[in-house]
Design a protein around this ligand. Structure first.
Ligand code: SAH
Ligand code: SF4
Length: 358
């Protein structure tokens, strides 16, 4: 593609390029508040400037190629990039507890959008479908940002409606740290989507050195660690990255990570039947997380064709959860949102590639 992606630019960068600089603010407003599809629509921008922008930039770097609706209201999207590769993103409706000053609480429906950071992934976890196709390329910041923009447009989500972002789609966000960090800032721009960093969560397979680096950036983002195993032997089998960054190095990196006062580091634990679902693992997990402001999120393994792994029993999930909560560790079981639309990322893309005979 010879046109530049306008969503790749922060407002500051745009105001350096487009003069006078207040134009950047106007353009941001058109993109992120009015969901403009063309520069032509930007009526408060002079015509010659609009024409120049139209020649140099694209506003629509993604094309929707598939949408799947789930009974629970979740929607899964497959987007095509300019080079024909595809990535997935999911819109989830979640109940969130809101705390009021008078001490009362209210449950509110909140949108959470799960977005991708790479086409494929280098990490190669044994249970993950995204890993099967290998790594293709990093997404640019604009391609990351546009996933949410497309979903907001498609669902008529008002620009001012609060949305949470989780970087839990395809790819390892910390393996594309520069572009992801820039996307975090573009999302957070008050003149843009205004999604504060504390509403954004980066999930990582545990690249310890990059966790340290992310911490030093002081973005104010939430951190989620895909732990999935409590001893190095098993973790190495499930996640080959553990050879380079073992559990101890991850725990050390997390302890050094700046966590927002009102937040906790989330430890994701993918539960696989007869692999890591016994109480001895819960016991070890409790010890590992000692001294960390942590919460654990148990995830059901979501099976797909050709995998040797199995979904765990509900009763084992409950026992695991109870063991931790009874000992004071916050632990939730992730609702299997959109299971009926093959929720775990990579599945929609796989389906499409199969249809194409690739
Ligand atoms: N690469 C990052 C973020 C993307 S994966 C990471 O690994 O954290 C997001 C989450 O989906 C991870 O916790 C991952 O372990 C989980 N996941 C991968 N395959 C899954 C499957 N088949 N069923 C359920 N969760 C899965
Ligand atoms: Fe990559 Fe995350 Fe899948 Fe592992 S689970 S292969 S890190 S996307």
């Amino acid at each position: 593609m010879n046109k530049k992606i306008i969503q790749d630019f922060t407002k500051d960068e745009l105001s350096e390029i487009i003069k006078p600089s207040f134009r950047a603010k106007q353009i941001y407003h058109w993109i992120y508040h009015k969901y403009a599809n063309s520069f032509e629509e930007m009526k408060n921008i002079p015509k010659e400037m609009r024409e120049k922008l139209e020649k140099e930039y694209t506003l629509t770097p993604l094309k929707t190629v598939m949408v799947q609706n789930s009974k629970d209201g979740s929607r899964k999207y497959l987007f095509e990039l300019h080079d024909g590769h595809t990535v997935e993103a999911v819109l989830l409706l979640m109940k969130e507890k809101e705390y009021h000053e008078d001490g009362s609480t209210k449950h509110q429906e909140r949108y959470t959008v799960c977005i991708s950071s790479q086409v494929g992934c280098k990490v190669g976890c044994a249970f993950c479908l995204t890993a099967k196709g290998g790594f293709v390329r990093n997404l640019t910041s604009g391609e990351i940002v546009s996933q949410l923009l497309m979903i907001k447009k498609d669902n008529d989500i008002d620009a001012n409606r609060r949305v949470n972002i989780v970087y839990m789609g395809m790819g390892e966000p910390l393996d594309n740290l520069e572009n992801v960090a820039k996307a975090v800032k573009i999302f957070a721009d008050p003149e843009g989507m205004a999604i504060a960093p504390h509403r954004q969560t980066i999930s990582t397979s545990g690249l310890s050195s990059k966790i340290e680096k992310l911490g030093k950036m002081e973005l104010g983002i939430n951190l989620a660690i895909s732990l999935h195993a409590v001893d190095d032997d098993l973790r190495q089998k499930l996640m080959p990255i553990n050879k380079a960054y073992n559990i101890k190095s991850i725990i050390t990196a997390v302890k050094n990570f700046p966590v927002n006062d009102r937040k906790r580091v989330m430890f994701e634990y993918l539960v696989i039947k007869d692999v890591n679902d016994d109480i001895s693992a819960a016991k070890k997990l409790l010890g590992l997380l000692d001294g960390i402001k942590a919460k654990v999120n148990l995830i059901y393994f979501n099976p797909y064709g050709g995998t040797q792994f199995k979904r765990p029993e509900y009763s084992d999930m409950l026992k695991f959860q109870e063991y931790l909560t009874q000992r004071g560790l916050l632990c939730t079981i992730r609702e299997s949102k959109g299971l009926d639309i093959s929720a775990a990322c990579g599945q929609l893309r796989e389906q499409e590639l199969n249809q194409k005979g690739m």
